[in-house]
Ligand binder design. Structure first.
Ligand SMILES: Cc1ncc(COP(=O)(O)O)c(C=O)c1O
Length: 402
């Protein structure tokens, strides 16, 4: 369960995206005896791209600007900066991954805040029992904690959606592509009295083929995984029903009276630069973020697959070839995480990695089997290279043992 780290007296850093959880000895420069932390989903692989973009995304905010709590009186989400709204709509239009016409946009401090806002908005306030919150295992490891942290009287975590057999109302989080395993998913409960919330953090062309422009009732996105700007803490929800959107807005107001304007304006600029560059393929400017991200991830997946290929040690999921409407070719997913299964008989996959000083997240944390582990593919080159080097040494040790 999500609370176990606190129970042990450690301060677990923010869910997947921790910047300060350095594993108590991790060094960024990877000396040969240093830990490599691939437990979290910190998207630092994008740093090289943004460095190349130089001043294109520089935003200057003067001391007298943006003092007000308010951003607009033209939108129920009165703390949403109009420039951010424009660039969100223009980016989805350019990529073709989600519809925005007719949707209210709600901005949050990361999509983490919006996950809470959506639970508040959907949970009936007048029922004797809290509504059940479920997601199909393996599910994003933060859902249980996000749901239960405030011990709400109106919603509660009810675990794996596959095992949800109660004839009761529910909210189902559908993560697609899924964290941890990169699979495209739909709802599994499919019963009356249910709400479905689509968490589309990874529905971007560097991770997966874009096969349609989605138009679900509630869709969550985040800059963290789209552009790599996790530190800006900007997420957004596309919400069809205005009443649901208003309740989400009420939640954000109650918890933080809106969202940092500095962050919104920075991300507005970044999303616009991404939207402008993303229609250019193979350009010598190299200003297409999705092309960059896909190239990096495709190369890393190829190397990782090659590394495990000739061994009986690990298996990796396979992904179908699909037509991507965004770049017009037949392509595979290159997910942000590798969902690795250790060979039968190795009960704790996480420990195999720990043995070579690589921190990964156990399958158990995703409501799944500890024979699996999730490994971030979004780290810096030196972290990924370290992973490959050390995996090769595990393979050698194990092969020598055989
Ligand atoms: C599936 C999923 N949803 C939501 C989030 C939260 O993202 P953030 O709060 O950084 O926007 C993450 C972060 O890892 C995630 O993987």
């Amino acid at each position: 369960m999500g609370g176990t780290d606190q129970a042990r007296g450690t301060t677990r850093s923010p869910n997947e995206t921790d910047a300060n959880d350095n594993g108590g000895g991790v060094t960024r420069n990877l000396p040969s005896d240093g830990l490599i932390n691939l437990d979290h989903g910190d998207p630092t692989m994008y740093e090289a791209f943004w460095r190349k973009m130089g001043d294109k995304c520089t935003v200057v905010i003067k001391g007298y600007e943006h003092l007000s709590y308010f951003s607009t009186n033209k939108n129920p989400c009165w703390f949403l900066e109009p420039k951010l709204e424009d660039s969100i709509r223009s980016l989805h239009g350019a990529v073709g991954n989600a519809e925005t016409d007719g949707y209210t946009i709600v901005v949050g401090t990361g999509s983490s805040q919006l996950l809470q806002a959506v639970l508040y908005a959907l949970a009936p306030q007048d029922q004797p029992d809290p509504i059940n919150v479920v997601s199909a295992a393996p599910f994003y490891s933060s859902y249980p904690e996000t749901t239960n942290i405030v011990r709400s009287g109106v919603y509660k975590w009810a675990g794996d959606a596959h095992g949800f057999d109660k004839d009761e109302p529910y909210i189902e989080f559908v993560t697609s592509p899924n964290n941890p395993n990169g699979v495209i998913r739909g709802p599994v409960v499919n019963r009356d009295g249910g709400f479905v919330v689509y968490d589309l953090a990874y529905y971007w062309p560097q991770y997966t083929p874009i096969t349609s422009s989605l138009d679900f009732d509630i869709m969550l996105f985040t800059a963290s995984k789209c552009t790599g700007h996790a530190g800006s803490r900007i997420g957004w929800a596309l919400v069809k029903d205005k009443e649901v959107a208003k309740k989400m807005i009420t939640f954000v107001v109650a918890s933080s009276i809106g969202v940092s304007k500095e962050s919104q304006l920075r991300v507005a600029k970044i999303l616009q630069v991404v939207a402008d560059g993303c229609k250019r393929f193979g350009s010598s400017d190299g200003d297409n973020l999705f092309e960059y991200g896909r190239n990096v991830l495709a190369k890393r997946w190829e190397i990782l697959r090659e590394t495990v290929k000739n061994t009986q040690m690990f298996t990796l999921p396979k992904y179908p070839l699909q037509h991507c409407n965004y770049n017009g070719d037949l392509t595979q997913a290159h997910p942000a995480f590798a969902w690795i299964k250790c060979k039968d008989g190795m009960e704790e996959c996480e420990k195999v990695f720990k043995g070579v000083k690589i921190l990964v997240r156990s399958g158990r944390r995703f409501g799944s089997d500890p024979g699996y582990a999730r490994v971030s593919m979004m780290g810096k080159d030196e972290e990924f290279n370290g992973l490959i080097e050390r995996l090769s040494s595990v393979i050698q040790i194990c092969n020598n043992d055989d």
